[in-house]
Design a protein around this ligand. Sequence first.
Ligand SMILES: *Cc1c(COP(=O)(O)O)cnc(C)c1O
Length: 480
Amino acid sequence: MNSERAECGNLPLLLARLSHDLEQYQRFEFPDALNQLDQWRSALSIALPEEGVGIDQVLTELGRDVIPNGSQIPNPGCTSFITTGATTIGALATLAGAVASPQRIGVHAFNLLEEISLQWLMEMFELPPGLQGIYSSGGSVANLIALGAARQSAFERIGIDPAREGVNRPCRIYTTEASHHTILRAAAVLGMGRASVFNIPTDMSGCMLPEALQAQIKRDAGLEHLPVAIVANAGTTSCGAIDPLQALGRIAHAHGIWFHVDGAYGLPGILDPEVKPKYEGLQLADSVTVDPHKWLGAPVGIGATFVRDRALLHRAFTQEISDYLEGAFCDEQAKHSLDQPGYDYNDLGVELSAPSRGAVVWALIREIGKQGMAERVCRHNAMARSLAERAHAHPNLEVVQEPTLSICCFRYVDNKHPDLNALNHRIHRQMIHNGRAMPSTAMVNGILAIRPCFVGARTTWKHVDELIEEVVSIGQRFSA
Ligand SMILES: *Cc1c(COP(=O)(O)O)cnc(C)c1O
């Protein structure tokens, strides 16, 4: 008799049930989760089950209480933050990896796809050849890995191995206020401290001023601070602005400072010929990050870092030899997929156990190719530009920041209204409550802007029309 109570097979039947419920959800016709809050919260808030109920009942509860009350983020009208739902192949490949490749150990097809897909990302985004790629859970960890490499490089130059000895003097990371706060956190986690992050002045669009960077580096020359990195953005989170990469990269090289480009959101923008020139200088980067779980349509949990020097990355993040792996593999020609450990990604980042993210990225690109990705990026960028044009033409709309990529910061204006920030805040809340067009907001040079970011594969031109209609009609109602 089998003493295991958990179902470990029977996928076709059970998956068919789950897919039915997920398909219903993807019509985006369920009322928002908060409408039935009491109902699902009380259904789900039960004591630790002493006895199990079995997989059929679990699936029933998933389909009845959980999935219909899921997130609004995959809704095509949701243009909040920089996030979206996975495309179908992204979700399916994730499932495939969960079943057939629970780890990155050994020599097998999923692991090969980890290498191949990282290579494809490098080619697709025109990164310099020879970089070492590594996946992690997202932009936060991707930036941490990049800055870990930067820290290693800076300290080794003064004869210190920071991975072993820690950091022994104050550091400087040059960036701008427009940078993602994960840079601050990465500095904190890496022992350099949040205070090491120094914001260089920007122009009105949030782009770093190269002259100001140059001047600050000169000013800092007499200090004991160790310059660790210059962090530029290829697509800021608020507005999608792209820093002058060429100029900043040249300054970095001239001073021997690590040049990191955070392209978590915006790196795929290089696929749009209209903005491609802004990526000039990307080739100067010592490290680059991108989030496949943003514009590429992967399920959340996939970021990628590319670093110029593989050996350096290894010194920064190696786990060292461990007893529990001693003798687990053999040096001879492999005769079995478990004869060899597989690619040593676990020595290049901060994770050991990790899902197979490579197969997901491989599947996303394989499905629609570079061309399909480029079409999506161009469509979304065109949506932001079109929105800006229509806002310019409308007497009650104002563009707060001209779009570079697929983010358009704009607002409703009415000369008679005393507080436009408050008015736009109210308009935005009402939009969310209506649940049709759901952008987020951002403060841009003191102005509260309504901020749609188009990255969702499901978002179409119809949703751009709806967004404008909503802002105008709610604005007119509230200012009347
Ligand atoms: C989204 C974003 C991040 C953080 O990425 P997560 O995947 O959410 O951890 C970092 N940098 C930039 C520029 C981003 O847009």
